[in-house]
Ligand binder design. Sequence first.
Ligand SMILES: Nc1ncnc2c1ncn2[C@@H]1O[C@H](COP(=O)(O)OP(=O)(O)OP(=O)(O)O)[C@@H](O)[C@H]1O
Length: 403
Amino acid sequence: MIERLQISNLRNLTQVNLQSTVCNVVIGANGSGKTSLLEAIFLLSRGKSFRHHQPKRYIQHHQNNTTVYARLNDSRTLAIQKQTDATTILRLNQATVYNQSILTEQLPTLLIDPSTMDMLEQGSASRRQLLDWLVFHMKQGFHPQWVAYQRLLKQRNSLLKKTRQLTQVQLAELKSWDKGLSNHAALIHHYREQVFTEWQPYFAKSVLQLLPSYAEQLSLSYNAGYDTHVALDVQLNERLEQDLQLGYTRIGNHRADIHVHWRSDNTIDNQPTNKKVSSSDPETPSKLPALKEQAANVLSRGEKKLLITALRLSQLPLLLNDNKDSGSFDNSSTSRATPVVLLDDITAELDDRAIGILLSTLAQLPCQVFMTSLTDDIVPLVNELWSKPRLFHVKQGQILSVD
Ligand SMILES: Nc1ncnc2c1ncn2[C@@H]1O[C@H](COP(=O)(O)OP(=O)(O)OP(=O)(O)O)[C@@H](O)[C@H]1O
């Protein structure tokens, strides 16, 4: 859990130094700097912003760098400095580290913000990241495989981009990369599939809480991005001509996706397709044929937000149970940090009932929460759910603790 947070030169946050607790509520007007505070914590955890990829966008104007520092309740310290040319300096317990994943492991952050509310309609990347967030934190072997896969994929794509006609030497090189890709792909898929299977009952439970009328109708599916019954290199070889025309690799783990499906209830499956259904036909069965659709095509905008909240929220108890099972909530130096949940302006996104369910679920879990809000309407509920929440007011980049 973050106990002390220091930020310098991130957007309008020139110097922030605050002491945080389990639940932290940050209240301020539009443009005061609330989201920037969450952005800083996310940056420390993930090495990137959830708003802009280029550091010069979030580094304060006329400054060369931004720094975020956190001291956790077990005295571990984490720090990141991003410079305008994207140079990154990372520190764990004052020692320089060269891999962002080391900080990510120490500080798992889960973000629920307005921009993630479109993930059902967007391309697969944000949904894949949703699954990979869990896989990263639950399966230690995943990240090195993913890094190695990405490296080979990049090499392959740059070759495909360069030429449409491979020389013998290039072909031999490509085949050796494909072999490597195939080995990493099998493991990446294995980890993802395992975690996906464990996730499903948690997702069903969250849907039951947040979208009870859809409890029987919504289900998740995972698409590996290629046919997992055949080795990836065999498929890449078969598709080589197409990939050369496209200039990139069309199939593989980098194309994996998760989908939420909606299925009508009160239905029958296997309705003969040649049978005309008519309500006046005495032979017409009382139930209608089953309908299946992507949930995004059926749910209202508000329901989609609830669904995305259910997807996110369901990940936490799974991760926390996994931590317990793997014995990592002990005092050893390898113990995982408490997950930090970043809720940006949820009152603008969700109705009161959903906010109540979301917050009461979070209050029961061993996680830390930072939430932002335009008004203090949320405070009575927070006071009911958490024993000593901290309240902060933000004004033009100045953050003041209320208590
Ligand atoms: N690179 C930058 N340098 C300095 N200030 C910036 C930079 N980028 C954005 N800002 C300013 O930082 C302020 C804080 O923005 P932020 O998104 O954190 O506000 P917010 O409190 O979350 O607002 P809202 O409630 O409207 O979402 C804005 O006024 C914006 O103009």
